[in-house]
Ligand binder design. Structure first.
Ligand code: 2PG
Length: 233
């Protein structure tokens, strides 16, 4: 029997809607995002891959998405684990800036590198914002980043994959991971064995569950998994 993993990028957030760099800023889902999350839950229910446990980041757009999706799937009662290690990639000083205005200022190519390359680290957060982030009780005891490349995200996420998520999978649980565009790109890069160049072209839609069946080696039986909205008209 393969192990079952469902990956879910949060539903559209208010800052996705406004086209702002978001990262660790804790913005809510939009009305559309909430509807996407509920629909994701219906797709999960229809697929009969009902989660036994959910893992989320510490950001409300992932938490609200998981809650709404699980509610729609009648799995609102399953155990929950949350970790900063599933947080979105930290966008540093870009957080809060308009993506189109930034591209007009520094060029499309630079923005593309910041957004999608594996190794580029955006300019870091200023000192005041860094201090505010470190004072946030949810990050007590965490050495928080001032900006992250996707490579750094993979490095901080993998220990949680191995020690937090894989044991649930090995115990035979269907696992839902509700997280973010870039943190999930990092996880998919590892699962699918994508090269640093291949991950540049990977973009995840908001609020669409992706089903992965994994073998004993915790590698996908089918590269890329399967989007649960694939069979919809
Ligand atoms: O702003 C962000 O944090 C992310 C996800 O919404 O954006 P991008 O897709 O540009 O990496």
């Amino acid at each position: 029997m393969p192990y079952t993993l469902v990956l879910l990028r949060h539903g559209q957030s208010t800052w996705n809607e406004q086209n702002l760099f978001t990262g660790w800023v804790d913005v809510p889902v939009s009305a559309l995002g909430l509807a996407q999350a509920r629909h994701a839950g219906e797709l999960i229910k229809r697929s009969a891959r009902l989660p036994d446990v959910v893992h989320t980041s510490l950001l409300r757009r992932a938490i609200a998405t998981a809650d709404a999706a699980l509610d729609a799937a009648d799995r609102h009662w399953v155990p929950v684990r949350r970790t900063w290690r599933l947080n979105e990639r930290h966008y540093g000083a870009l957080q809060g800036l308009d993506k189109a205005a930034t591209a007009a200022r520094v060029g499309e190519a630079q923005v593309r590198v910041w957004r999608r390359s594996y190794a580029a680290v955006p300019p870091p957060l200023g000192e005041a914002e860094r201090a505010a982030q470190d004072a946030d009780p949810r990050y007590a005891g965490v050495e928080t980043p001032g900006a992250e490349s996707l490579e750094i995200v993979v490095r901080r996420m993998l220990p949680y994959w191995t020690e937090g998520i894989v044991p649930d999978l090995r115990a035979g649980r269907t696992v839902l991971v509700a997280a973010h565009g870039n943190s999930l790109r990092g996880l998919i890069k590892e699962l699918d064995g994508l090269s640093d160049e291949e991950v540049v072209g990977l973009d995840l839609p908001t609020g669409v569950p992706i089903l992965y069946e994994l073998g004993e080696d915790m590698k996908p039986l089918r590269k890329g998994g399967r989007r649960l909205d694939e069979t919809e008209g």
